[in-house]
Design a binder for this molecule. Structure first.
Ligand SMILES: Nc1nc2c(ncn2[C@@H]2O[C@H](COP(=O)(O)OP(=O)(O)OP(=O)(O)O)[C@@H](O)[C@H]2O)c(=O)[nH]1
Ligand SMILES: [Mg+2]
Length: 844
C-alpha cells in the first residue's frame, strides 16, 4: 500500500451532487495511479469504495470512505463523500480535515443547487478547490458553456488547466495585480505562484474529462501532483477527530487527521470527553485505511489520516492537543420522526444501541422525551438507510412515523438570568448575560467575571455547563440558538460548593433568563429557484405566498421564467411534484437549505405543542435557597429578591443600591490614575457593537480593573519574550505593549506598564500613552518596585488593583498595601485566555 514517508501527505476530498461521478473518478484515479489492477464500476457493484451492502443495493455512496494514492510528490488520502442531499452532513463533516477538495461537476447537469450548497461550505471552511468536469463523453456536454457557467456561478477564477503552461500562467497572472505586473515585465509565473493563488482560493483549476472512459484522468493526477498547495504542518501534537465507527470485530475506531506532531502506538493520550471529564488512554493501534484494507504503522506523522483504536471518549468534531473543536456544522437535519420498535425488545435496551449509531453519525440525533424515542433526520433516503442499519447491526425492526419539523428558539432582547442552588450543604450562584446574536451564530459562550470574584476553575465549570447540553427554550421546549451567554458573576461557598452545584445553578440561570426574555420561534427555510413556463409564473407566485414564502421579481428569458426566493421547509411538502404536474414536466424546483429564521406561523405551532415551561420540571427556571438549615424553592420571577450577588443588569431597582460600594472605590482609583496620567482618553465601557445606544444604558459596566505590570520582570519570565529580548530588547518591549494593549481593550482593564530605569544614567523618567495603556519608564535612582509600591499604596488596599510580577519583593510590597498579585504565569494565562475569547468573539 502506498504512503511514502518522503512524500507530502495531503488529504483531498471528492465532493459533488449525487451521481456526478465521484466514486467513478476515485476508481479511475486509483486505477491509473497503479493501486488497482482492474477497473471496477458503480453499475457493476464492484468498486473499491462503495463497499457497503446498502451502497451496492442503491448504487449511491452513503458513507464517506478513503483510499490511498501516491503520485510523484504526494502521498494522497482521497476521501470520497456521498452526494445525496440527505447525506450532505456526512460530506460536510470531512471538510475540517481536508487540505483541498475536488468538486466534481456533471458535464450534462452543470452547476446544481447542491453544488452551490457545497461551494458555499467549501468557501466558509476556506478550502482550495480543483474542479473535474465529468461525463464529457455524453452528448449535450458543452465545454465552453460549462466553463462560462462555472466562472459566473462559482468564481471568475475557474480556469481551464487542460491548456499548456503558458496559457495557465497567463490566466493565473490575470487574477492578481502584483503577479500581473511581474508577468508583464518578466514574462514568468512560477508553479509556486500558481499554488499560492490556489491556496488562497483565487484560482480554481478545472479539467474536463470522463471518469468512466478514463479520459483526462492521467492529466488530472498530474495537475493534482503539481499544483496542490503544500500545507505547513505544526510541530506540536494536534489532531481533528472527524468520525467514530466500529470495525467488523466491534473495535471502536476514532478517525482523525493529525494536524501537528506525531502519534505513536502505546502512547498515552490525555484529553477531555464530551462530559468535560479528563481521560488518559493508551493508543492501542493505528490504522491507515485504503478501501476496506488497512496497514498498521507504529507511528503516524502530521498530515496523515488514521483510524485509532483504544480511545473511548472521543467524538466527531473534537479537537485534540493543540487543535480546537470544529465549529458546529452548517447542514443539519430539519425533521424529526418517532421511532417505534416492532421487534419484541425493551425500549430501555434499544436506546443504548441506537446511541451507538448516533455516535457514528452525529447527524442522526436521538431525542428521548421520557416516553418515546424521536430521531432527527435529513430526509427520506436517510430514513430508509437508518432502518436498514438498525436491522443489519442489531436485528431490530423499527418503524419511523409522525414526521415533524424541527424548530428552534432564540431571544429578541438582552436579559440577565440568575440561578441559585443551595439545598443544605450545597452552594452555587450564577448570573448570565444573554444577548441575541444574528441568525446562524449558534450559542457563543464567554466570561466577563473577574477571577477575584469567582475563581477560574469555577468559571470554567460554568462555561462547560453552558456548552455541555442542548438547552430548551420556553415557547415549545425546542433547542435555543443564536444567543451569546456571558458569565457576569458567580459565587461559590468555601465549604459547601460541590460537584454538581454549578451545573444546577447554570441550567436554572439559563431558564430563568429565557423566562424573562422575549422569545422567538425559528424554523428551517429553503432558498428556492423555480424555473417554469412564463405563463405559469402567476400560479407559482400565488403558491409561494400561500406557503408564507417571499420572492424576488421573476426573471424572464423568453418562454421560460425564473423565480427565486425563500420558503419555510414546513410548507413545502411535495411541491416539487406539484410543479412537475402543473407544468407538464417543464418546470423544475431547486432547493438549497438556508438555515433557520423567524417562523412564519409561530402561534399555530406554539398552540399545537401546548408546552408549559413552568411544568417542565427537568428544566426548571426556579432556584433553591436556604433558610434555617433547609432548602426552599423560589419561583423564577422572585429570584432577584433573594439572590446573593448584585445584578449585572440594573433592572428597576434604585441604582445607588446596587453600585454604591463599587462606585466609590472606582471613583477614588480613577482620581489617582488621573493624577498620575492625566484624564482618561478611552471610555471605560464600550457597548457591544450593533446594540442601540438606549439599551446600553441598562447595562452597568462591570467593576473597573486596574492592572500594574512589572515590565522587565514579565519579559524575562515569559519564555517567548525572553528569547526576543536577548536579541532586541526594544522589540520585546513593543510586543509586551501590544499584547497588553489588546488585552486592556478587550477586558476593559486599565493597564499601567512599568519599566525600571533605575540604572540608566541621566534618565529623567517618562510616562507615555501606548494606544490604550500607560507606559512608565522610572527615573534614574527610582526603582520600578518603588514606583509600583507607591502607586499601589495610593490606591489603598483595593481589590480592583492587581500587580503582575514574579519578583517576590514587589509581590510582598503590593500585598502589604492590599492589592492582589499575579505571577508572570498567571498573567500569561489571562492574556492568552482573553486572546482566545476575542478570537472566538470576533471570529478572526
Ligand atoms: N457516461 C458517463 N457516465 C459516468 C461517468 N462517470 C460516472 N458515470 C456514471 O454515473 C453514475 C453515477 O456515478 P457514481 O460514481 O456512483 O457517482 P457519485 O458521484 O459517486 O454518486 P453518489 O456517491 O451517489 O453521490 C454511474 O452510473 C456511473 O457509471 C462518465 O464519465 N461518463
Ligand atoms: Mg459515490
Amino acid at each position: 500500500m502506498p504512503q511514502d514517508k518522503q512524500k507530502t501527505p495531503i488529504t483531498i476530498g471528492l465532493l459533488a451532487h449525487v451521481d456526478a461521478g465521484k466514486t467513478t473518478l476515485s476508481e479511475a484515479l486509483l486505477y491509473r495511479s497503479g493501486v488497482l489492477r482492474s477497473l471496477g464500476r458503480v453499475d457493476h457493484k464492484d468498486t473499491y469504495l462503495d463497499t457497503h451492502s446498502l451502497e451496492k443495493m442503491r448504487g449511491i455512496t452513503i458513507f464517506s470512505k478513503q483510499a490511498l494514492i501516491d503520485t510523484e510528490h504526494l502521498s494522497i488520502t482521497l476521501v470520497d463523500t456521498p452526494g445525496h442531499v440527505d447525506f450532505g452532513a456526512e460530506a460536510e463533516r470531512v471538510m475540517p480535515i481536508l487540505d483541498c477538495a475536488v468538486l466534481v461537476i456533471s458535464g450534462t447537469d452543470g452547476v446544481q443547487a447542491h453544488t452551490m450548497t457545497l461551494w458555499k461550505l467549501l468557501e466558509s471552511y476556506g478550502i482550495p478547490v480543483f474542479l473535474f468536469i465529468n461525463k464529457m463523453d455524453l452528448t449535450g456536454a458543452d465545454r465552453e458553456k460549462l466553463l462560462a457557467d462555472l466562472q459566473k456561478q462559482l468564481n471568475p477564477g475557474c480556469t481551464d488547466f487542460g491548456a499548456n503552461f503558458d496559457r495557465i500562467a497567463e490566466a493565473a497572472a490575470m487574477t492578481d495585480e502584483a503577479l500581473l505586473e511581474n508577468y508583464l515585465e518578466t514574462g514568468t509565473v512560477t508553479v509556486e505562484n500558481i499554488r499560492e493563488l490556489i491556496s488562497h482560493r483565487r484560482l480554481f483549476p478545472c479539467l474536463f474529462g470522463s471518469a468512466l472512459k478514463l479520459d483526462g484522468v492521467d492529466e488530472f493526477l498530474k495537475i493534482l501532483d503539481t499544483y496542490t498547495p503544500r500545507p505547513l504542518r505544526e510541530v506540536d501534537f494536534g489532531a481533528r477527530v472527524y468520525k467514530i465507527s466500529r470495525d467488523p470485530q466491534g473495535n471502536r475506531l476514532t478517525w482523525l487527521k493529525l494536524t501537528g506532531g506525531e502519534l505513536r502506538v502505546r502512547e498515552l493520550l490525555r484529553y477531555v470527553n464530551k462530559d468535560a471529564e479528563p481521560l488518559e488512554e493508551k493508543i492501542v493501534g493505528l490504522r491507515l485505511y485504503s478501501g476496506e484494507k488497512f496497514t498498521a504503522p507504529e507511528q503516524i506523522y502530521a498530515g496523515q489520516l488514521a483510524a485509532v483504536t483504544g480511545l473511548s471518549g472521543t467524538y466527531a468534531g473534537q479537537g485534540l492537543g493543540a487543535e480546537k473543536n470544529a465549529p458546529a456544522p452548517a447542514l443539519e437535519p430539519i425533521m424529526t420522526y418517532r421511532v417505534t420498535i416492532l421487534s419484541h425488545a425493551d425500549p430501555a435496551t434499544v436506546l443504548p444501541k441506537l446511541r451507538l449509531l448516533e455516535e457514528e453519525d452525529p447527524m442522526l440525533r436521538l431525542v428521548w422525551d421520557g416516553g418515546s424515542i424521536h430521531i432527527q433526520i435529513m430526509g427520506k433516503i436517510q430514513l430508509e438507510v437508518f432502518k436498514a442499519l438498525v436491522k443489519e447491526r442489531f436485528s431490530l425492526d423499527i418503524q419511523l412515523d409522525d414526521p415533524q419539523i424541527f424548530y428552534k428558539e432564540t431571544i429578541a432582547d438582552t436579559v440577565e438570568g440568575v440561578g441559585h442552588f443551595e439545598p443544605l450543604r450545597h452552594y452555587a450562584e450564577v448570573h448570565l448575560l444573554m444577548e441575541p446574536l444574528k441568525r446562524g451564530s449558534g450559542i457563543q459562550i464567554a466570561t466577563q467575571c473577574p477571577t477575584d470574584i469567582l475563581e477560574a476553575p469555577y468559571q470554567n465549570l460554568v462555561l462547560t455547563h453552558i456548552g455541555e447540553k442542548v438547552h430548551r427554550g420556553v415557547l415549545i421546549g425546542a433547542p435555543i440558538t443564536d444567543i451569546k451567554i456571558t458569565l457576569l458573576v458567580g459565587k461559590a461557598h468555601l465549604k459547601h460548593t460541590e460537584g454538581g452545584d454549578f451545573r444546577q445553578a447554570t441550567y436554572r440561570a439559563i431558564r430563568q433568563g429565557l423566562m424573562q426574555a422575549k422569545s422567538v420561534l425559528l424554523e428551517p427555510w429553503y432558498r428556492f429557484t423555480l424555473i417554469l413556463p412564463t405563463e405559469q409564473v402567476g400560479r407559482a407566485i400565488t403558491d409561494i405566498r400561500a406557503m408564507g414564502g417571499s420572492f424576488e421579481s421573476p426573471e424572464n428569458s423568453g418562454t421560460l421564467s425564473t423565480l427565486t426566493g425563500s420558503v419555510p421547509a414546513a410548507e413545502l411538502g411535495d411541491y416539487a411534484q406539484q410543479v412537475a404536474a402543473y407544468t407538464q414536466g417543464r418546470g423544475r424546483l431547486q432547493l438549497q437549505p438556508d438555515g433557520y429564521d423567524i417562523c412564519h406561523n409561530p402561534e399555530a405551532v406554539t398552540e399545537s405543542r401546548g408546552y408549559d415551561p413552568e411544568k417542565d420540571l427537568e428544566n426548571t427556571p426556579d432556584s433553591v435557597f436556604c433558610a434555617h438549615g433547609a432548602g426552599f424553592t423560589v419561583k423564577w420571577n422572585q429570584v432577584s429578591e433573594y439572590m446573593h450577588l448584585q445584578a449585572g443588569l440594573r433592572e428597576n431597582r434604585p441604582p445607588e443600591l446596587i453600585t454604591r460600594n463599587l462606585r466609590l472605590e472606582d471613583r477614588e482609583l480613577e482620581a489617582i490614575m488621573e493624577r498620575e496620567f492625566g484624564p482618561m482618553k478611552t471610555r471605560l465601557y464600550r457597548p457591544p457593537e450593533n446594540r442601540p445606544a438606549a439599551e446600553t444604558l441598562t447595562i452597568r459596566p462591570l467593576k473597573q480593573q486596574y492592572l500594574i505590570v512589572d515590565g522587565y520582570n514579565i519579559i524575562f519570565a515569559w519564555e517567548d519574550l525572553a528569547k526576543i529580548a536577548k536579541e532586541d530588547l526594544e522589540a520585546a518591549r513593543r510586543m509586551l505593549c501590544d499584547q497588553l494593549s489588546s488585552y486592556a481593550g478587550y477586558r476593559k482593564s486599565r493597564v499601567v506598564l512599568v519599566f525600571d530605569g533605575y540604572k540608566v544614567k541621566g534618565n529623567l523618567g517618562e510616562k507615555q500613552e501606548y494606544h490604550n495603556i500607560h507606559v512608565v519608564f522610572t527615573k534614574e535612582n527610582e526603582t520600578g518596585d518603588a514606583y509600583i509600591e507607591s502607586l499601589v499604596a495610593q490606591a489603598g488596599g483595593s481589590y480592583n488593583v492587581r500587580v503582575a510580577t514574579s519578583d517576590s519583593l514587589v509581590q510582598l510590597g503590593s500585598m502589604r498595601s492590599g492589592a492582589l498579585r499575579m505571577s508572570a504565569r498567571e498573567l500569561k494565562e489571562e492574556v492568552t485566555r482573553a486572546q482566545e475569547e476575542m478570537r472566538k468573539h470576533y471570529k478572526v
